[in-house]
Design a protein. Structure first.
Length: 96
């Protein structure tokens, strides 16, 4: 009888340990939820430097979130082409 009680206790503790290790769907959704943060990017898309900057920023942002998936803030980039006039491009931005 003592072996059965000991085995039952062990089985109960083992089961509770396994259940506690795996997060529920609600916990996964909360952990994976990200708060969007809007950022405006103004580049001259006609110049080689502007095109390269666009690619580098996009790659860096993707690499960052791949490596640091625990961050809860997500940068949302809003691209504007300055068309060689940065003042006009900046003035086209929406203020909300």
């Amino acid at each position: 009888m003592k072996k059965v009680t000991l085995f039952s206790s062990f089985l109960l503790l083992f089961s509770l340990n396994l259940i506690g290790r795996y997060p529920t769907d609600a916990q996964n959704n909360r952990l994976n939820a990200r708060t969007p943060f809007d950022v405006g990017v103004v580049l001259d898309m006609e110049s080689p430097l502007g095109k390269m900057s666009n690619i580098c920023i996009s790659m860096a942002l993707e690499d960052f979130y791949t490596t640091h998936n625990n961050y809860t803030t997500e940068l949302i980039l809003h691209w504007r082409d300055s068309k060689q006039d940065i003042v006009d491009a900046a003035s086209m931005g929406n203020i909300t």
